[in-house]
Design a protein around this ligand. Sequence first.
Ligand SMILES: *Cc1c(COP(=O)(O)O)cnc(C)c1O
Length: 377
Amino acid sequence: MSAPRLEIALDRLRHNAVTLVGHLSRHGITVTAVSKACLGRPEIVGTWLAAGVTSIGDSRIETLEGLARGGLTAPTLLIRTPMLSQVEQVVAHATSSCNSEPLLIQALAAAAQRQQRRHGVLLMVELGDCREGLLPRDLEAAARLTLSLPSLRLVGIGTNLGCQHGVVPDAANMAELSALANALEARLGIGLELVSGGNSANLPWLAQGGTPGRINHLRLGEALLLGREPLARTAIPGLHTDAFTLVGELIEVKRKPSSPWGKQGLTSFQASAPPPAPDRGLRQRGLLALGVQDMDPADLEPPAGVSIVGASSDHLVVEAERPLRVGEELHFRPGYSALLRAMTSPFVVKRYSGGDRWLTRAAADRWRARSCRTSQG
Ligand SMILES: *Cc1c(COP(=O)(O)O)cnc(C)c1O
């Protein structure tokens, strides 16, 4: 079988999605499934839609465009604020987008008008993680601007925590988002369809008894894919953490000295001198045809009895207590950044399992059902 290879268990992904969608619906929360770490693969997106997520989100308009061209008619959300240079594409291929810049909102409106479409705007508010978002005091003006542009639809407000500075969603910042929604509705005499509380990092807050307040929407990637919350990478009870397996093939196996010899400079991927490697005598080393181009070595869990020594563009070096042999495959568990790269690398073969006929049919049905609902407005 071809390696490197990413094995993807669609039945486990389906279980994760069904479980999360069901759990969150009891809190009045709907889910946009975020496909950026899986490059919007239709097998996965179809699985999620069959499991009941209400829309698909991605950070790249190219991915949403690909899904639309592939026949996806479910609503889509561009979760990164659009580039000025891409507004035409955004309006053509995404139902809605996250926004934090008045200039972009105006450009989207002009593009939507040209294309005779109505584009949804979700206004992002900065609540402490210092990545994207309007400062709360600027929210009302941006909402007024959006409402004044007939080719746009103000879909709601949202926030994103836990990504840039790892700021934890908690009672205080979530209550602030609810209060902002209430204030905006009261001041402008409108109703907001979505109050989007965040991403997978919001799940611990809910699990610890957090009250959703006005929050009725989350954008989930990592929890659906890897069954983990991103703040401490802990497994979420009841979810599969093993839907993805990255398989690499050994191309060299030798007993080698554990300490290099000769004068040392910088290594392929280090900006500073490598730390000294203590002499631990001769070790059994394996070299895999799997590199930084295909995964993130710092975010890869090796199989039992194997440890990762290092990696460069095209090689992963491991040590093992047990015998290894050339041609043998080793199975690794990717974290989010390793998954992102494996999914993106054209050299990593993707192999799906567990996507039975029922699943495919249900996905197709859901695909159609959503299209009716959206075309009715
Ligand atoms: C990546 C991203 C998400 C999904 O994050 P996960 O931690 O994978 O759930 C949600 N919203 C925005 C704006 C994102 O960039």
